[in-house]
Design a protein around this ligand. Structure first.
Ligand code: BJW
Ligand code: ZN
Length: 249
């Protein structure tokens, strides 16, 4: 993997790095992305599954879809891209701002993670907002949305659906860290979903160097200072190895 000399110089003096990640970073773990050739939404319509209206209309179907994805996320393992990001902490202050809900950054050992779109392992009652971890969900009947043990309300995944606000404190924190980073890596995202995508732009307007890592060109590519095309599970370990060489000198 060729990493431009000028980027290596920037990495040499950088202190703080934000990794802004999307579904592509988990693709090599065997978790489907949303868009693109093998994307989940080639077969399913997002508005029929990833919105509160969809949940209210078809709670059992939406719940089953998340049960299915939760079991996949639990079965799969973080890949070399997630592990490389966790290892960057040996050399830099690192913040991971992720759009993913699959919990894989946490399982790979990253310590400072901001989940913009929630986490599929957490759930809550739409009525009284009691929280349920995966293991605490009262699953009485397969294929049926579970009901809250306190008030009987439906339990939903703690993720951000279309038309819903992102958790304000998480978003503000992400904006703060991105805009105080020297470098922002934008990894494995099609860069079409907002307001999440404002985060790398905040980083850029505060002077951070933007590095895109993706297998293909995206709407964001022309905004990045550097484009490292390739799989994140190969590109990020390659960058990390270069840093190890640089820091050993
Ligand atoms: C690899 C790889 C490998 C593959 N290595 N790379 C401004 C402008 C336009 C629209 C809007 C706007 N502001 C708001 C909107 C509306 C909407 C929106 O953004 N719509 C656009 C899609 C048009 N946004 C919202 O509704 C947001 N809320 C909001 O705005 O609230 C305010 C409000 C309230 C009330 C009324 C009005 C406004 C909420 C957005 C929530 C998104 N939620 C989802 C689902 C989460 C739960 C779940 O998982 O089920 O989040 S949608 C889905 O997309 C998911 C993802 O986090 C998100 C981003 O997808 P991502 O990660 O980019 O994945 P992909 O599949 O798109 O791309 C994968 C990439 O990886 C590709 O580029 C591949 O090439 C690459 N890749 N293998 C490296 N090995
Ligand atoms: Zn309840």
């Amino acid at each position: 993997m060729d990493i431009p000399e000028s980027l290596l110089n920037i990495l040499k003096s950088a202190e703080k790095i934000t990794f802004f990640t999307g579904a592509g970073i988990s693709a090599e773990s065997g978790i489907s992305t949303f868009r693109g050739a093998d994307g989940l939404w080639n077969k399913l319509k997002p508005e029929e599954l990833a919105s509160f209206d969809a949940f209210m209309k078809n709670p059992d179907i939406v719940w089953e879809w998340y049960e299915h994805r939760r079991s996949i996320a639990n079965e799969k393992q973080p890949n070399s891209g997630h592990y490389a990001i966790a290892e960057f902490e040996k050399f830099y202050k690192v913040v991971v701002v992720t759009q993913n809900v699959d919990n894989l950054h946490c399982r790979a050992g990253s310590s400072n993670i901001l989940e913009l779109h929630g986490n599929i392992m957490r759930n809550y009652c739409i009525n009284c907002r009691k929280f349920y971890e995966d293991s605490e969900i009262p699953r009485l009947e397969k294929g049926k949305v579970p009901e809250c043990t306190v008030c009987g309300g439906w339990i939903r995944p703690d993720v951000v659906w279309f038309g819903e606000m992102l958790p304000q404190d998480v978003y503000n924190n992400a904006e703060f860290h991105a805009s105080t980073s020297d470098i922002c890596f934008v990894v494995g995202t099609s860069a079409v979903v907002y307001p999440a995508m404002y985060i790398p732009f905040s980083a850029k307007s505060s002077g951070a160097v933007l590095v895109e890592v993706n297998i293909e060109k995206t709407d964001f590519s022309s905004e990045a200072h550097y484009n490292l095309f390739g799989k994140s599970g190969e590109v990020l370990p390659a960058v990390l190895n270069k840093i190890k060489e640089l820091k050993a000198i």
